[in-house]
Design a protein around this ligand. Structure first.
Ligand code: DSN
Length: 427
């Protein structure tokens, strides 16, 4: 299969780099991308992110900049802010954080001081590095205390969360994470945060699109601040937002922390692409998409359970499934690399109480946002589960022939379901 040239200037200026871009386009077109945090953006989002808006410096906020010439940029940012507030129903939005980690770091700067106690879900339990985990700056510069999930259920135990919070009195509590397959109970976290006087940050990076599309309960009005990336289920560019209730001056604190506290000039081309993604997410078709992501993940989980796979928490309520491969006698990394050779792209992942190391853990994490963007629906999930089953089996026995066969079957289904944003395939 060949792809036509879609980047004429790049191809003329720098054919070496243009060829790499074409290779990546081909890879994304022909593989089943199941990394739960990835997606395909629309061509409109790609175009907005590649505009001359990137030539402009604009430290500050609309109407309060440190450089002149902001007649247009102010409107772009104001539009993104207005769309974010409308989509999520919040009083305040900051669309400038460069990505999820700086967005979370801004919460520390806004509401805590170095050495303060902060609380989040432990990374191996499904949390995120920036929720106070030891190797992260947030765990080095703050005193991170961590909650997890129950070993018997795989879900958060709010008695444990409350006990830790009462004992440790954290300044900040993070809820949300990167490998949480179940609905996040924002109201219960908010009760606990209120009781101990902590600021509650709901990190909805993974589920922002589901929240926007009505397929996961909203953290509004429970969380004080909502942190999210814009490129996962929300299907926007690589970027982030911080949303807050205006009434309590939370928004002002967040803004000061992002700029001048942490960042310089916002990436205006990204702001524009975020605005486009927010516009797309406000359409009725996005609601259908968000619900289909969840329906696909549930159908996939059922099909995997029927094939004898062990799923953390026994299934999923959202877009991701966390598989413990211990009973299959295949380490997560071996399975992930074999599936990659079969054209199914996943990541190896720790599972709660994992006896193995994070760089060689027991599980894999899979998700349905990207394949749903290509139009795959619940009826396709039995096939996907079968591929994963055969692929994991082939990983155990070193059966490269089976992996190659799956690769060809995957490519055929992908050719029938072109991905948004990619050049049309020919030949
Ligand atoms: N890297 C993201 C993920 O894969 O979940 C989190 O930052």
């Amino acid at each position: 299969m060949t792809l036509p040239h879609h980047h004429p200037a790049l191809t003329a200026d720098d054919p070496e780099l243009a060829a790499l871009v074409a290779d990546e386009e081909r890879l994304q077109a022909t593989t089943l991308r199941m990394i739960a945090s990835e997606n395909y953006v629309s061509r409109a989002v790609l175009e907005a992110g590649g505009t001359v808006l990137q030539n402009k410096y604009s430290e500050g906020y609309p109407g309060r900049r440190y450089y002149e010439g902001q007649q247009v940029i102010d409107q772009v940012e104001a539009l993104a802010v207005q769309r974010a507030k409308a989509l999520f129903g919040t009083g305040h939005a900051n669309v400038q954080p460069y990505s999820g980690s700086p967005a979370n770091l801004a919460c520390y700067l806004a509401f805590a001081s170095p050495g303060d106690t902060v609380m989040g879900m432990a990374l191996p339990m499904g949390g995120h590095l920036t929720h106070g985990w030891g190797v992260s700056a947030t765990g080095k510069w703050f005193r991170g205390v961590q909650y997890g999930v129950r070993q018997d259920t795989g879900v958060v135990d709010f008695d444990e969360v409350r006990d830790i919070a009462r004992r440790e009195r954290p300044k900040l509590i993070f809820c949300g994470g990167t490998a949480v397959p179940r609905t996040i109970d924002f109201a219960s976290f908010a009760d606990i945060a209120r009781e101990v006087g902590a600021v509650l940050v709901a990190d909805i990076a993974h589920i922002a699109g589901l929240v926007a599309g009505g397929a996961h309960p909203s953290p509004v009005p429970h969380a004080d601040v909502i942190s999210t990336t814009t490129h996962k289920t929300l299907r926007g560019p690589r970027g982030a937002m911080l949303l807050a209730r205006e009434a309590e001056n939370l928004g002002r604190a967040v803004d000061k922390a992002v700029f001048p506290g942490l960042q310089g000039g916002p990436h205006n081309q990204t702001t524009a692409a975020i605005a486009v993604a927010l516009h797309e997410a406000a359409q009725p078709s996005f609601r259908e998409y968000a619900h289909a992501v969840v329906a696909n993940a549930k159908a996939l989980a059922e099909a995997l359970l029927a094939r004898g796979f062990d799923l953390v928490s026994g299934g999923t309520d959202n877009h991701l499934v966390l598989m413990d491969l211990t009973p299959k006698d295949v380490p997560g990394k071996v399975a992930a690399k074999a599936l990659d050779r079969a054209g199914i792209v996943v990541n190896y992942n720790t599972v709660p109480f994992d006896p193995r190391k994070p760089f060689d853990p027991s599980g894999i994490r899979i998700g349905t946002p990207s394949l749903t963007s290509r139009g795959l629906r619940a009826g396709h999930m039995a096939t996907v589960a079968e591929w994963i089953d055969r692929g994991v089996g082939a990983a155990r026995t070193g059966d490269e022939e089976t992996l190659a066969k799956i690769r060809a079957e995957v490519a055929e289904l992908m050719a029938a379901h072109p991905a948004p944003g990619l050049p049309t395939t020919t030949g």
